[in-house]
Unconditional design. Structure first.
Length: 368
C-alpha cells in the first residue's frame, strides 16, 4: 500500500510562511491587519484526479512527481476528503476483475461533498459499449449498497455516459444558514469545502452594513451570490460558462432566493453594456433593466489572469469593491489601478491549497 504523505506537523509553519509572503507582496499598499483562515491539515480536497496504471492483472492509481515527472503508486491520498479515500480502494478492487470496466481505463476523477455525495468519472482510451454500461450499473449498485451516495460517468473521445447524474448536491454552512449547491462535473467549484465556508462567511461579514444592490462578475454557480443576497436588496450576477449558469439557476430555485438574477455574459461584454457602448439582446430577452439597479457594491472573483484594464476601470465606479483572487500577483496589478480611487479596508488569506505555493486572497476596498 502506498500513501501520499502529508507532514501535518508542518501545517501551521507553512501557513505562517504564506501569511508572511502575501504581506510582502502587498507591502507597498496600506493594508489593514491580515485575516488568516486555515484549512484542515488533511482531508480538505473535495476533488481529486488519478491516472490508472495497468501492470499484468494488477491495476492501481498513480500520480506524477511534479519536479521529476516520475510516476508513483497511490492507494490513499490524505489531501483528499475521507469520502474519496474510503472509495478509492473499493472502486479499484471492484474494477480489476471486470474486463469491460478495466480495459483501456486511464484516469479516474472524484468529486465529493461535505454533504456525503460523490461522483466518479472513468476515462477511457476506447469507445464505451452496452457491456460497459451494464457492468458500470452493477458497479454503482454494489458501491451504493456499501453505503456510498455515488453516481458514475463514463468518458471516451466524443462520448459521455451518465449513471445517473453528472453532478453532486453540496450543502455549505454559512453562519446559521445551510445553502444547497449543485456542482457539475468539469465545472469550477471551490476545491476546499471547509475553507469555502469560511470565505462565504467572511464575504457576508464584510457586506453586513450594505445598502442598495450588488453586482457580481464571474459568479460561477452562484456560490457567493446566494450567500450575499441577504445583505442586499437585489443581486445582479454575470457568468459566461453555460453549465455554471444552469447550476446557478437551479441553486437560486432550490434555496428559495428571490432577489438574485444571473445573466450569461462575459465581464468584458457586461462592461460594454453598463457603459452603453453596445446593446445586448440577451439582456432584453431576460427583461434586465440595468438602469433599475442601484449597485453601490461590486463583487469580483476573476480567473488567475485577473481583470483587464477596462473591467478595472468599470469596477472603480462602485463605492465598495470585494475582490476574491486565486493569484495575488494579478491582484496586485489590478490594485495598482483600483488603489487610485479606493483604499483597502479588509485583507484576508484563505488557505485553499495547503502545502502548495498557491494562495487565495480577499480584499474589501472602499472609495477614498
Amino acid at each position: 500500500m502506498t500513501s501520499t504523505i502529508l507532514n501535518t506537523a508542518d501545517y501551521q509553519q507553512q501557513l505562517d510562511e504564506k501569511a508572511e509572503r502575501i504581506q510582502n507582496i502587498f507591502a507597498d499598499f496600506d493594508t489593514p491587519e491580515l485575516e488568516v483562515f486555515a484549512s484542515p491539515a488533511e482531508h480538505y480536497r473535495m476533488r481529486a484526479e488519478f491516472r490508472v496504471w495497468h501492470e499484468g492483472e494488477d491495476l492501481f492509481y498513480i500520480m506524477f512527481n511534479q519536479e521529476t515527472r516520475e510516476k508513483y503508486r497511490v492507494d490513499q491520498f490524505p489531501a483528499a476528503s475521507r469520502l474519496i479515500n474510503d472509495l478509492m480502494p473499493m472502486l479499484v478492487d471492484a474494477i480489476k476483475p471486470i474486463k469491460a470496466l478495466r480495459h483501456k481505463l486511464f484516469q479516474v476523477d472524484f468529486l465529493s461533498t461535505l454533504s456525503g455525495e460523490i461522483l466518479v468519472s472513468m476515462l477511457y482510451h476506447r469507445q464505451l459499449d452496452d457491456e460497459w454500461t451494464a457492468e458500470a450499473k452493477q458497479l454503482k449498485q454494489r458501491l451504493n449498497d456499501e453505503g456510498f451516495k455515488l453516481n458514475i460517468i463514463g468518458r471516451a473521445r466524443k462520448m459521455k455516459i451518465v449513471l445517473d447524474q453528472d453532478y453532486v448536491i453540496e450543502q455549505l454552512k454559512v453562519n446559521d444558514r445551510t445553502l444547497t449547491y449543485k456542482q457539475v462535473e468539469n465545472s469550477f467549484t471551490q476545491p476546499n469545502g471547509e475553507v469555502a465556508q469560511k470565505m462565504l462567511e467572511w464575504a457576508v461579514d464584510c457586506t453586513q452594513d450594505s445598502e442598495g444592490d450588488l453586482l457580481e462578475l464571474y459568479c460561477g454557480n452562484g456560490n457567493f451570490s446566494l450567500a450575499l443576497a441577504q445583505n442586499f436588496k437585489r443581486v445582479l450576477a454575470t457568468e459566461l460558462a453555460k453549465p455554471s449558469v444552469d447550476s446557478a439557476q437551479y441553486n437560486i430555485a432550490v434555496n428559495k432566493i428571490d432577489n438574485v438574477q444571473i445573466i450569461r455574459m462575459s465581464a468584458e461584454d457586461f462592461t460594454d453594456a453598463m457603459e452603453g457602448k453596445r446593446e445586448y439582446r440577451r439582456l432584453k430577452d431576460q427583461n434586465v433593466d440595468l438602469q433599475s439597479y442601484n449597485c453601490n457594491t461590486i463583487f469580483v472573483d476573476p480567473p488567475r489572469s485577473g481583470m483587464d484594464e477596462g473591467t478595472c476601470r468599470m469596477v472603480q465606479g462602485y463605492d465598495r469593491i470585494m475582490y476574491i483572487s486565486c493569484n495575488p500577483e494579478t491582484l496586485k496589478e489590478n490594485l495598482d489601478i483600483l488603489g487610485e480611487t479606493h483604499r483597502i479596508t479588509r485583507f484576508a488569506l484563505f488557505d485553499q491549497f495547503p502545502y502548495t505555493h498557491h494562495m487565495e486572497a480577499g480584499v474589501l476596498l472602499e472609495r477614498k
